[in-house]
Design a protein. Structure first.
Lengths: 672, 204
């Protein structure tokens, strides 16, 4: 006889299990419509792989896992996908969630599937793949993907494999009848699991209130080294960490996993599902669910297809709606009230409880905590529930964490014993959610801080780079100026620039004179014509659209028109001149004209008197002086380089000297 | 030595005290140099509490400048994204009175995230320059989009948009995914279900 250990706390609520174990597991049959939620497990929701209107066969995969922690879904019977939409599901929030709806055709036709009767030929990866593909999620209630749980990390040695047949929650007998009727399959499933994780010992833990189940298991396990361990009934022995402590005496560390102490736990229901998946090739499409409570006339266990509406199942058990006030999914301790009877049975539904008001009265209003300490006595996780209650009320999250709130398994033992009927578990659930949210927010704000600082740094760096470039340019310019000053005496950059401009102009003029005058004129006419065409096109468009640019475009067109006329006239004149004097050679023409012009100018100048000359000279100089002064003012305003300003200042000085000279000259000529 | 001490007890005491003072002073001086803290540690602590939305609603260009301002004595109630919880945390840290949020700087609201209506975006990059956390992806004359995971919901990008194609939408939609248990109604704790309690109160 193996030594069994005890865990701290625990309670002994009325078991109420006898009502539903009187009859064998009944087949619930095929409902006309099945509703399969995409998220029946912990992890990412599955992703549909069939479309509305598709005909599916029993066992066909209808949704694939999305990510590692996820499971696929399979059609529980043959039929047609009628919808993929939001439906009411069994969830304490009462929210709707995406579901696939199948209208069953009653044929219950299987898709081709094959198992492997000799699973010892399969290696670990193949076994895991089969378990994953069968869509098995923990069937004890939490719904953690079995394949993920069984994927033991490298270097972790599992000493003990535990199958959990405890079923400590009152009313529920699904695992009990499973052990009675399918003990062989449970043991076979245990053997598959043993091959998969290779433990030192394999245990099946069962409470002593299930003698028939125990006997069946012992018989099935005869001749194997699988040990059936019986231990005293106490709630919540079925909690994973509690069961590990009972069977091995080891405590899972706070925040740790069972594998940290070398243990892996699986529900007996999951073991049967694994057996079915590996040996028969059948995915998880049905489960054993207890329908019980005084609200049904024939409480019993059903083998029910996943997705069956709760109302359909309740009718099979003789549901009396008038007797029942609320429907509970799960047991009276950890279950929750469902929003309506139309919600579907899912992979984790081990019980549908329809109690009468007398059986499970509505909790009376909570009263003040009297610090009796009973909650701390019964807490299976050895926490201080009343202390955490105060912290939860005051939202002192740091203290809650310091009191190991996250070790709370939400078993409800504290609420059950509370003489003030305080809904303690709800305080812990809400606080856990808030803390998780807070952690997320903190993470996000930390990320934002890093990004903000990175951006600031980047901006500063860019500014510095720009500044460096500017400095380099300035330095280069100064160096150039110095070099040219050293090379060309007192020649300053402005003078050089003026010279360059002059040279450019001269070159242009030279080019223009060598170019054929006629061609140039023709070209001008053509381009102007083109411009006029586009401008008038634009004007038409603007007029059609009623744009407010019409006026501007109109003046543009007019101007272009005028230019075109001028160009045409010039061309015409040129042609006439050429026709009139065809003997005149083009190259000598320009030179002659320039000579003539110069001679004419000289003649005009000589015609002027000295006084007039001086006056004209003075006027010219004054104009130049004015221009220079305005330029200087502009440069000063723009904050140009000092050099330019100095240069302009000297120009102004020079010009004013010249103006003075010219005035003097004018006076002398006038005097003469 | 002993003779000297017995002969000049006062002088000995003075010498001893001066010597000790010199030694301790040297040790303290060395420690002050050796274990010098860079920057102001209180600013970092304040900055950790601020929500890092970098929204500028407090009137400072980012959370860190506001943290510096708080360290220099500015009011702690100018951060709407931090809300009452943030003020509470700051008050705890700085040991000052909790004061209500200054309405001038905005109201505490749900976390939002920017959303660019991409059909209308003209690719002007104005929002890119406004974003304090580089959460907008795009280039000149290319459509821009928000990196939702990086957006702090500061709404600084809304104002510069010349075509008003940026919306602020709630960051988390209502639904099963974001649902969590709420604390039980505290009112139920005040219900008197014991008859004698009620009568005693009346008597008193």
């Amino acid at each position: 006889m193996r030594k069994v250990f005890n865990f701290h706390g625990g309670i002994h609520p009325p078991e109420n299990k006898l009502q539903s174990v009187g009859t064998p597991i009944a087949d619930a049959g095929i409902p006309p419509e099945l509703i399969i939620p995409l998220s029946q497990h912990i992890g990412a929701p599955a992703e549909p792989v069939v479309a509305v209107g598709d005909v599916v066969l029993k066992g066909q995969m209808i949704a694939q896992p999305k990510g590692f922690v996820s499971v696929p879904l399979h059609a529980p019977t043959s039929g047609t996908i009628t919808a993929i939409e939001e439906r009411q599901i069994a969830h304490p929030s009462g929210h709707r969630a995406p579901c696939m709806v199948i209208a069953s055709d009653g044929q219950d036709q299987w898709i081709a599937h094959s198992g492997c009767s000799d699973y010892s030929t399969l290696d670990k990866a193949q076994l895991l793949a089969r378990i994953r593909d069968a869509g098995i999620a923990g069937m004890g209630g939490a719904g953690f993907p079995a394949a993920v749980k069984l994927s033991v990390r490298e270097g972790v040695k599992i000493d003990t494999l535990i199958l959990n047949g405890t079923e400590c929650e009152p009313y529920i007998t699904a695992d009990d009848v499973l052990m009675r009727e399918r003990a062989q399959q449970i043991v076979a499933g245990a053997k598959i699991l043993r091959q998969l994780i290779d433990p030192v010992e394999t245990l099946i833990g069962v409470e002593d209130n299930k003698p028939e189940g125990l006997a069946a298991l012992r018989q099935a396990a005869q001749g194997s080294d699988i040990e059936i361990v019986e231990f005293p009934t106490k709630y919540p022995s079925g909690g994973e960490k509690q069961l590990i402590e009972i069977l091995t005496g080891k405590q899972v560390p706070s925040g740790g996993l069972p594998s940290d102490v070398g243990v892996i736990c699986q529900n007996v229901g999951s073991a049967v599902a694994i057996y079915d998946a590996v040996v028969n090739g059948r995915p998880l499409i049905s489960r054993v669910t207890t329908v019980t409570g005084a609200g049904v006339s024939q409480p019993q266990n059903f083998d029910v297809l996943i997705g069956t509406p709760m109302s359909y199942l309740l009718d099979k058990a003789g549901y009396q709606a008038d007797k029942n006030r609320r429907l509970i999914m799960g047991g009276p301790m950890m279950g929750f009230t469902v929003p309506s009877a139309e919600v579907p049975i899912v992979k984790t539904t081990n019980c549908v409880l329809a109690p009468t008001e007398k059986e499970l009265p509505t909790p009376p209003p909570a009263q003040a905590c009297i610090r009796c300490g009973m909650c701390a006595e019964v807490c299976p996780a050895s926490l201080l529930p009343q202390q955490m209650f105060w912290f939860a009320q005051g939202k002192e999250f740091e203290k809650l964490e310091a009191h190991n709130l996250f070790d709370c398994i939400e078993c409800g033992a504290c609420s059950w014993v509370c003489p003030s009927t305080i809904p303690l578990v709800q305080y812990y659930r809400a606080s856990k959610a808030e803390i998780v949210q807070l952690r997320k927010d903190n993470e996000k704000s930390e990320q934002s801080r890093v990004r903000f600082e990175a951006r600031q740094e980047r901006l500063a760096r860019e500014d510095a780079e720009k500044e460096a470039k500017r400095a380099a340019r300035k330095k280069a310019a100064e160096e150039r100026a110095q070099q040219s000053a050293a090379a060309g005496g007192d020649e300053d950059p402005i003078q050089a620039a003026i010279e360059r401009a002059k040279a450019k102009k001269a070159a242009q003029q030279a080019g223009a004179s060598t170019e054929n005058e006629l061609e140039k004129l023709e070209k001008a006419v053509v381009t102007t014509r083109k411009r006029l065409a586009t401008a008038s096109g634009k004007l038409q468009q603007a007029k059609a659209e009623g744009s407010d640019l019409v006026a501007a475009l109109q003046t543009g067109v007019d101007k272009t028109q005028a230019k075109l006329e001028a160009a045409e006239k010039a061309l015409h004149d040129y042609q006439q001149v050429n026709e009139a004097a065809p003997e005149h050679a083009a190259p000598t023409d320009a030179a002659d004209a320039a000579i003539a012009k110069a001679m004419a100018a000289r003649a005009a100048e000589s015609a002027l008197s000295d006084e007039e000359k001086a006056r004209a000279n003075l006027e010219k100089l004054q104009q130049r002086l004015e221009k220079s002064i305005t330029k200087l003012a502009q440069s000063r305003e723009n904050g140009d380089e000092e050099k330019i300003i100095v240069a302009l200042e000297s120009t102004v000085e020079r010009l004013s000297d010249k103006v003075a000279q010219a005035q003097q000259q004018l006076q002398t000529t006038e005097g003469a | 030595m002993t003779e000297f001490i017995t002969q000049y007890p006062l002088l000995t005491a003075v010498i001893a005290l001066v010597a000790m003072g010199a030694v301790f002073g040297a040790v303290l001086g060395f420690a002050a140099e050796r274990f010098k803290t860079e920057g102001n540690p209180i600013v970092d602590q304040i900055n950790d509490i601020l929500p890092q939305t970098q929204c500028g609603q407090c009137g400072h260009p980012g959370c860190r400048p506001y943290a510096e301002a708080i360290a220099n004595g500015e009011d702690i109630n100018k951060c709407p994204p931090g809300g009452e919880a943030g003020i509470q945390a700051l008050a705890d840290l700085l040991d000052v009175e909790v004061i209500p949020l200054d309405e001038e700087h905005g109201e505490e609201s749900v976390t939002t995230v920017a959303y660019i209506r991409e059909d209308e975006c003209i690719g002007c990059t104005k929002c890119l320059q406004a974003c304090p956390v580089d959460a907008i992806l795009g280039a000149a004359k290319q459509m821009h989009t928000i990196l939702v995971s990086e957006c702090t919901g500061c709404d600084l990008c809304v104002e510069p948009c010349p075509v008003d194609c940026i919306d602020m939408i709630p960051a988390e939609e209502e639904g099963l995914k974001n649902w969590h248990w709420q604390l039980p109604d505290p009112v139920s704790l005040e219900v008197d279900i014991i008859a004698t309690d009620a009568s005693r109160e009346e008597a008193a």
